[in-house]
Design a protein around this ligand. Structure first.
Ligand code: HEC
Length: 198
């Protein structure tokens, strides 16, 4: 896990267009516009492909069928999207994870908590993002990007408070420590997370 400088974790206070981004540490460069643009494009593509795959699977065989998409196809879709733009990781994380492998690291945790605070203060979840340059323990730096994922109606099939018994049974079997239930439409479900060595 990369060491996150505490300056990157401080609450963000600037106004205007930069408000969506993390304040750069005094001794670290600000994220490059090109990296930011690439990250936004990858997230857009990942989100669209995932939504399509999920929609078709649910249409074809109900939400139980969609579980496989989320479980197995999401990482493949993410990897393809990442390789196109030189990112070493494209994934999803959350404060309440279904798959423990998706648990946030320190930088992601700070970002997710910041998103919750900004949402509570009235921000539109669809606009929440955070970018930063983080020092790596072995030297060098890494560009990181986090983009909030709001909960849509279709997500409630598997992340809502009341799941169909067959959906619940399959999720219980695959994810014994599942914490990703009880969401309502409009809640922050989590975030897309990207990283790229600089
Ligand atoms: C058909 C069931 C199903 C539906 C519908 C579904 N998910 Fe998931 N979701 C899952 C499963 C299964 C996982 C665990 C994937 C894994 O193993 O990485 C998951 C994981 C996630 C994660 C990664 C963090 C974690 O909890 O492990 C996010 C974020 C997420 N889902 C968001 C959404 C959003 C947003 C929607 C609606 C657009 C949605 N999901 C719809 C089943 C579903």
């Amino acid at each position: 896990m990369p060491v996150v400088r505490s300056a990157l974790l401080r609450p963000f206070v600037l106004a205007g267009a930069l408000a969506a981004l993390n304040a750069p540490a005094a001794d670290a460069p600000a994220p490059a516009e090109a990296d930011l643009a690439a990250a936004r494009a990858v997230v857009q593509q990942f989100a669209a492909e995932l939504k399509n795959a999920l929609g078709s699977a649910i249409q074809a065989g109900g939400p139980v069928n969609g579980i496989e998409v989320c479980q197995q196809q999401a990482s493949g879709i993410a990897t393809r999207a990442a390789q196109q733009a030189g990112f070493t990781r494209v994934g999803r994380t959350s404060l309440k994870v279904r798959n423990p492998d998706n648990a946030p690291d320190a930088w992601e945790l700070a970002g997710l908590e910041d998103f919750e605070a900004r949402k509570a203060a009235g921000a539109d979840p669809a606009t929440l993002e955070r970018a930063g340059i983080v020092a790596l323990p072995g030297g060098g730096h890494e560009f990181r990007y986090l983009k909030a994922i709001p909960t849509a109606a279709v997500c409630l099939n598997c992340h809502g408070s009341t799941l169909k018994p067959e959906v619940s049974a399959k999720i219980d079997a695959l994810y014994p420590s599942d914490a990703a239930r009880g969401f309502a439409e409009g809640d922050l479900r989590g975030a897309f997370t990207l990283r790229k060595p600089l």
